[in-house]
Design a protein around this ligand. Structure first.
Ligand SMILES: [Zn+2]
Length: 242
C-alpha cells in the first residue's frame, strides 16, 4: 500500500473518480485544503468518497496557507474551526512560512497565523501539516511545546538541512518527501539520517499538474497511474539513499 501524505484533491479534475482509481490501486491519501473555498469543496468530496467507501485509511486537512495569511479574518477562523470540529480526525494545515508571500518577516502576519494554527492543533489533538519555504528554524521555534507525541507535526515537501532534521526529530516531527526534496544536496544529506518510520511520501498534486504534458486531457485512471508513479519513484529514492 502507498500513502500520499499531501494531495490537493479539491484542486484536481474529477476528484471522486480519481479517488476511486487511487483506491483501486491500493493508494491511500491525506487531502489538504489550505484556503476557505478549498475547505468547502474538500468536505463535499470527502462526503462523496465516504458514501462510495473510498475513505478508509485516508484523511483530510484544513488550514490556512501562508500565501493567504494576510487575508483571513474572524469569519475564516470560525469557519476553519467548524470544519476541524466536524471532522475529528482531520489534520490542521497546511500552515507555515513562505518567503514568496506577504507577511513573511519576523513577527509578521504569516508567523502569527502559523502560531495560531499550531496552537489549534495542540488543543484539538491534531496532526499539523507544515509548509515552509524559507526559515525552518523559525517554524521549529514557533511550533510550541507539548507537540512531541500526539499530535504529530509533519514537514510537507521537506526541504531542510541536517541541523533542522535533528532538531525536528527531537520534537517528534515527521518528514514528507516530494520529488523536490531529493534535488537539494543539503536535504538529501538530511534524509539519510531520518529513521524510516519518520518518513512519508507525497505528490503535492494540485491544479498545476493539469499543465503537465503527460496529464493533458488525461482520464482519472491515467491521473491515478501518474500519481502512483511519483509515489513509487519517491519511495525508490528513499530506499536508494538510506
Ligand atoms: Zn500543499
Amino acid at each position: 500500500m502507498l500513502v500520499d501524505s499531501h494531495i490537493h484533491l479539491a484542486r484536481l479534475p474529477e476528484p471522486v473518480a480519481l479517488a476511486q482509481h487511487l483506491h483501486a490501486r491500493n493508494i491511500r491519501w491525506t487531502a489538504v485544503a489550505c484556503e476557505p473555498w478549498e475547505w468547502t469543496k474538500l468536505a463535499q468530496i470527502w462526503e462523496e468518497c465516504q458514501q462510495n467507501g473510498l475513505t478508509e485509511g485516508c484523511n483530510l486537512a484544513f488550514g490556512i496557507h501562508p500565501m493567504i495569511a494576510s487575508q483571513v479574518g474572524d469569519n475564516e477562523w470560525r469557519n476553519l474551526e467548524r470544519f476541524l470540529l466536524k471532522y475529528p480526525a482531520a489534520q490542521v494545515g497546511e500552515a507555515g512560512l513562505d518567503k514568496r508571500f506577504p507577511g513573511y518577516e519576523m513577527g509578521g502576519i504569516q508567523e502569527s497565523v502559523f502560531i495560531q494554527q499550531a496552537k489549534m492543533a495542540r488543543e484539538l489533538g491534531r496532526d499539523l501539516q507544515i509548509h515552509c519555504v524559507g526559515d525552518y528554524g523559525r517554524i521549529l521555534t514557533n511550533l510550541g511545546t507539548g507537540s512531541a507525541a500526539n499530535p504529530r507535526p509533519l514537514f510537507h515537501r521537506f526541504g531542510g538541512d541536517i541541523g533542522i532534521a535533528k532538531r525536528a526529530l527531537e520534537m517528534g516531527v515527521l518528514f514528507s518527501l516530494h520529488a523536490d526534496s531529493f534535488k537539494k544536496m543539503a536535504t538529501a544529506e538530511a534524509i539519510k539520517i531520518i529513521p524510516k518510520d519518520y518518513l512519508r511520501i507525497e505528490t503535492d498534486a494540485d491544479e498545476s499538474f493539469m499543465n503537465l504534458p503527460a496529464l493533458e486531457s488525461a482520464s482519472p485512471e491515467q491521473w491515478a497511474k501518474y500519481l502512483e508513479q511519483i509515489l513509487l519513484e519517491n519511495q525508490a529514492k528513499i530506499n536508494s539513499i538510506q
